[in-house]
Ligand binder design. Structure first.
Ligand code: ZN
Length: 250
């Protein structure tokens, strides 16, 4: 089985479109949350991802944009974007966001866990080995996929040592992939990266493919029409910072 992993699309239609033009053959799509928030095309992006499959965990922005949680813990820019998104969403899309599962979920039986933040807390950011240690030790499965940090890569342990995993790429402006073997017995916490608002210094849209027969996860980066995404954010009256950060990948 080959699972396409998408996370943190954040209503960026240009990035999602570019990803879908290059995705390799796959059997299922697992979406790790934050379909909306920040970007200018929440309704179009929801329409698109719903056609791809029905395995989703909700993100904190999904929750805030459909009114399931308030925006008081968001920074002022995220808050403005969430309020704008809430006003723009159709009733049907609002209800769809409200229906999304709270992670963790196990979309392929007791082999793989999918979460937005962490298996222990859907809002937790796993940015360091120290953050990942407890969730990875306590998760029910050996292989775990998460989002939320917008940083592609993740963490692994063989029981003795801990590793930070980051795909190695040769460029910053072309389509590239990086294949990683999953070793027997090791435990993994892996982030496909953010489709619509990367924060790892690389502006290209990120995603990943998990192959349970080949025992691999392949990470991808795809250039997209970032200028158009920025123009749409500015024309929508969303904060400038949301447009600027896309090109910086921060
Ligand atoms: Zn996010």
């Amino acid at each position: 089985m080959r699972a396409l992993l998408l996370s943190d699309i954040h209503a960026n239609l240009e990035a999602l479109t570019a990803v879908l033009e290059v995705v390799p053959e796959h059997d299922v799509v697992w979406n790790l949350g934050d379909v909306v928030g920040y970007g200018a095309n929440p309704n179009e992006v929801i329409d698109c991802v719903r056609q791809l499959g029905n395995t989703f965990v909700r993100g904190n922005h999904d929750r805030a944009c459909c009114g399931l949680s308030d925006v008081s813990d968001f920074n002022p820019i995220a808050r403005r974007a969430a309020r704008w998104t809430r006003a723009m969403l159709t009733e049907e899309h609002t209800q769809w966001l409200q229906s999304l599962a709270t992670g963790p979920i196990q979309p392929d039986g007791p082999t793989v866990t999918c979460v937005h933040g962490s298996p222990l807390d859907e809002d937790q950011y796993l940015l360091t080995v120290r953050d990942a240690w407890q969730p990875l030790c306590q998760s029910e499965t050996r292989i775990n996929f998460f989002g939320h940090t917008h940083v592609q890569g993740g963490f692994a342990t063989n029981g003795e040592e801990w590793f930070r995993l980051a795909p190695q790429y040769g460029t910053r402006d072309q389509f590239e992939s990086y294949e990683m073997d999953l070793r027997d017995g090791a435990r993994y916490m892996l982030n496909p990266g953010s489709v619509g608002q990367p924060r790892d210094g690389d502006w290209r849209a990120a995603f990943a493919l998990y192959d349970d027969q080949a025992h691999t996860v392949t990470f991808y980066r795809v250039p997209y029409d970032v200028h158009l995404a920025q123009t749409r954010i500015l024309s929508a009256g969303l904060p400038d910072r949301l447009a600027i950060r896309l090109r910086d990948g921060r």
